[in-house]
Design a protein around this ligand. Structure first.
Ligand code: GN1
Ligand code: MG
Length: 365
């Protein structure tokens, strides 16, 4: 078994370690918290999933570039760079990661005290603050000129997802395909419109910018006053459409139920939360978003939720290789709950779109 204590000792920590304990519910990496003696700083230790992120050293370089850029701006604005940006702690041999004897990659960052990570947008006020936070993050990185390595080719690219999908369905490795023909039809019936949207990204009608790509609500730290302090979990930062970030935030903020709710009656899209987040987001971004980005903002919530239905269902059919699961049917429960959310968005898409447009119009006055 991995000795977490001896792994942690390979990093440049300021004080002697007292404990290393599991933290959070990430689906991809394994996350731990390191505590140190005499109320010294705490740190986050992560085993990065090398089956998903590859190569990890390039991913860590990407994260460092983004953090360094944000820190400079925070300092210029008189803020606290240790609280308003992630701080990567290098290994004792000055690398951004530590490679252990089992060829596993580990990374450490500073734990930011006195913050709250929410699992749901409890109020529209929180959603408004969340929208401002993601909008600010995007404007902070908008002028980062250093190129990022695309360590996740095709991450939110639906054409790439269909390629994976076709392969998994053809292979049907654990004989689950036959049990989910209805769920498969949910994916197939929306293929044309999803491809049409992605074509706009491919042909440049929707610009490519630095985006976070995993803006679910628990990847954002709020301060005690309810403002966004820092956007975390930067593993997926890359150049893509920033509509991914708006869409993925809406997938998680607006859901009245859980991502894996067994009771579908709990799941729907909360319009008040949608509006509050959009308002906060657009206040920060309307000045630089293109007309086409604005046209597809509401649609991006559908797009990312649809992609998530596909990814959960595909992983179920594939025998649960990608996401961590709590039971053999977990990915199917997630699929159905996310599909319920998708349907709710589809019912409300006209109002969502109208709100975005009216918000932009009033901000531009
Ligand atoms: C994963 O890493 P985590 O748990 O924040 C996933 C996202 C999914 C999300 C579903 C690299 O996010 O894309 O939307 O689970 N991250 C990766 O909740 O695949
Ligand atoms: Mg993540």
């Amino acid at each position: 078994m991995t000795n977490l204590y001896s792994i942690a000792q390979n990093f440049q920590l300021e004080a002697k370690i007292t404990s290393v304990k599991p933290l959070g519910e990430g689906f991809i990496n394994d996350t731990f918290i390191i505590e140190t003696e005499h109320d010294g700083p705490k740190y986050i230790l992560q085993r990065k999933n090398k089956n998903i992120f590859s190569p990890i050293p390039a991913m860590m370089e990407n994260i460092q570039k983004v953090c360094t850029h944000i820190k400079k701006k925070v300092i210029a604005a008189g803020g606290d760079p240790l609280r308003e940006a992630m701080t990567i702690i290098p290994s004792k041999d000055d690398q951004l990661y530590f490679l252990d004897e089992e060829e596993e990659y580990w990374a450490v960052c500073l734990f930011i005290e006195d913050t709250i990570a929410y699992e749901a947008a409890e109020t529209p006020e929180l959603a408004y603050a969340g929208g401002k936070g993601i909008g600010k993050f995007q404007s902070l990185v908008a002028d980062l000129k250093e190129p990022l390595v695309n360590i996740l080719p095709g991450f939110h690219d639906i054409r790439y997802r269909y390629k994976q999908w076709d392969k998994v369905l053809a292979k049907n490795p654990v004989g689950r395909k036959e049990k989910v023909s209805e769920e498969i039809s949910w994916i197939e019936s929306r293929k044309t419109e999803m491809l049409k949207f992605w074509e706009l990204v491919e042909n440049g009608a929707i610009p490519t910018r630095i985006s976070h790509n995993d803006t679910k609500i628990n990847n954002i730290l709020f301060d005690q006053q309810g403002e966004v302090l820092c956007v975390i979990d930067l593993d997926t930062v890359l150049s893509s459409t920033i509509l991914n970030d708006f869409g993925d935030a809406m997938r998680t903020y607006t859901n009245t139920g859980l991502e894996d709710d067994e009771n579908l009656d709990n799941v729907s899209m909360d319009m008040a939360v949608f509006k509050a987040f959009s308002k906060g987001y657009l206040e920060e971004t309307a000045s630089f978003l293109s007309p086409t980005e604005i046209d597809y903002l509401a649609f991006s919530a559908r797009y990312i939720t649809y992609e998530q239905v596909l990814r959960f269902l595909m992983d179920y059919i594939d025998g649960d290789n990608y996401y961590k699961t709590k039971s053999s049917g977990h990915n199917l429960v997630r699929t159905r709950a996310q599909y319920k959310l998708l349907q709710s968005m589809e019912e409300q898409i006209d109002e969502m779109d109208k709100f975005v447009k009216s918000c932009v119009a009033s901000l531009k006055k």
